[in-house]
Design a protein. Structure first.
Length: 513
């Protein structure tokens, strides 16, 4: 147990660095969580931890046996003590920590610079994981045969990597200066701890890749965009290789979704940094801050719309749209409709085919119509829109399409009024926004489909002769307009069908690039 005589961080339980232990300073800083504390507090925590470990070992090891004299004890006796008294207790905890590591690593373990995230749900604190690691070191001399030593070494790697992941998870929710440098070091150490653990090689590779990505994040925050690009170009291939290897490893298969998210976050960071360098703006930090603003948008709390709480999958789609807009400033394109104005407003273009019955008696017949519905991609900011779908889109069925005589004679051609919308969406071509401002989409394709389906469900409940096919969300289009504050003045093609949500005060929270 002599190698355990060290100072421990009272905040996370990690061993403090050797230079801090040897220093005469009354304060020490933890390289794992970044906390600074008084040396006397670190010593007090270490003594407490050592006391708990000794109590555990006294319970596990038969009375009369002293670990201090383990070298003078017959190896067979040590082996019997380990197998009969220690191993049964360890096996239960090792199994528990193995499961806990796999569960924790099934969540995405990084965030983009300027962003904060929710800590990963872990069954233990980092202090508990570090303490278990210390227990393993304490009983290691009892493991005489190779199989027992291998099992303890593997458990040490698992518990150390788990402790580092817990510490990094806490850093996700903080804005600690230099947190990405801390996370990079922790991931690197966790990767090394798992490298020799059988079956955990893909997770080791993943953590190594995350270490590179965190270094890239730290560099871009310090203005070194070229350094960021160098590390991100190293980190992404490691994550992609880890993903490939995880797919063939049943033990780690539950982590695949989290790795996908991490790869996409890393590619977003790469795209933003490369774009800022290639277009000469060198403003990667500005774009990253923009992403933080988008992540901080105050969505309303409406039953059934809990998805707006920024799930990782939703984040992925929104960030992809931001990347497209940023890219369009440096040679890329976005689909822009014909029109005048200094601002491009995003709309979801939805195709709808419906049929209805017209005429009376012998002139009765069915008519099929194809229409377009436009949904402002910012509708998710409005609680009213989420509760009343007709408020959130071009309400094409609010206007009758034909006269009474047409309805009786069977000459009706439609019961909606959105022909101008179709002409507008057909005019969309991929082009550069130039100097125009672009409003950032704050909804996903799935959410647009959901609001349209709810709108159509309510419409058919009041119109018995209407028959609808499933709508199709085609794409995002950007409509040129002039802004009056946060309210857009839309082109004449909307012809009285401007979505009411666009005048909702809640849309003052829109974000523009």
């Amino acid at each position: 147990m002599d190698d355990m005589i060290e100072l421990r961080c009272k905040f996370c339980g990690a061993p403090l660095p050797l230079d801090a232990i040897k220093s005469d300073s009354p304060y020490v800083t933890c390289e794992c969580c970044g906390s600074t504390q008084q040396r006397v507090d670190a010593k007090e925590y270490m003594d407490q931890m050592m006391g708990e470990i000794k109590a555990w070992m006294s319970k596990a090891i038969p009375g009369g046996y002293s670990m201090i004299q383990h070298e003078s004890v017959d190896p067979i006796a040590r082996h019997n003590i380990y197998m009969n008294s220690v191993k049964p207790m360890l096996d239960i905890e090792i199994k528990e920590y193995r499961f806990a590591l796999n569960t924790a690593a099934s969540s995405s373990l990084i965030v983009l610079p300027f962003n904060t995230g929710t800590p990963v749900r872990c069954q233990h604190t980092s202090a508990q994981a570090f303490e278990f690691n210390a227990k393993l070191k304490g009983v290691e001399p009892l493991a005489v045969d190779q199989d027992s030593r291998d099992a303890i070494h593997e458990a040490q790697g698992i518990s150390l990597a788990y402790a580092m992941i817990i510490s990094n998870s806490k850093l996700l929710s903080e804005t600690t200066p230099g947190r990405f440098a801390l996370m990079s070091k922790n991931f690197k150490e966790a990767s090394g701890a798992l490298a020799k653990c059988k079956g955990y090689e893909p997770l080791s590779e993943r953590l190594d890749g995350l270490s590179e990505v965190c270094t890239a994040s730290d560099l871009v925050l310090n203005g070194d965009q070229f350094g960021c690009m160098q590390y991100i170009d190293t980190g992404i291939p490691k994550l992609e290789k880890a993903k490939t290897d995880i797919l063939t490893n049943p033990k780690l298969a539950m982590m695949i979704r989290a790795v996908d998210i991490e790869i996409n976050q890393s590619k977003t960071l790469k795209g933003i940094t490369e774009g800022s360098v290639s277009n000469g703006s060198r403003d990667a930090l500005g774009t990253l801050e923009l992403i933080n603003r988008i992540s901080s948008v105050p969505y309303p709390s409406v039953p059934g719309w809990e998805v707006l709480k920024m799930s990782k999958e939703r984040d992925k789609e929104l960030l992809s749209n931001v990347e497209s807009i940023v890219s369009s400033r440096g040679g890329g394109t976005i689909p822009i409709c014909v029109g005048e104005g200094d601002t491009l407003y995003p709309f979801w273009d939805v195709d709808l085919t419906y049929s209805f019955t017209t005429g009376a008696l012998f002139s009765k017949k069915a008519v099929e119509v194809t229409e377009d519905i436009l949904v402002p991609a910012t509708f998710t900011l409005s609680a009213t829109a989420l509760r009343d779908p007709s408020y959130a889109l071009t309400d094409i069925f609010a206007r009758g399409g034909n006269s009474f005589s047409d309805r009786v004679s069977g000459n009706e051609t439609s019961i909606s009024g959105g022909k101008g919308i179709g002409k507008l969406t057909d005019s969309a071509v991929n082009s550069s926004p130039g100097g125009k401002k672009v409003v950032v989409p704050l909804s996903t394709k799935t959410e647009a489909m959901r609001i349209v389906e709810e709108y159509l469900k309510r419409t058919t409940s009041t119109n018995s002769k209407l028959r609808l096919s499933r709508p199709t969300v085609q794409k995002l289009v950007y409509v040129p307009c002039k802004m009056n504050g946060s309210v857009p003045a839309l082109p004449r093609e909307f012809d009285g069908m401007v979505p009411r949500v666009l005048s909702d005060p809640a849309l003052a929270s829109i974000v523009t690039i």
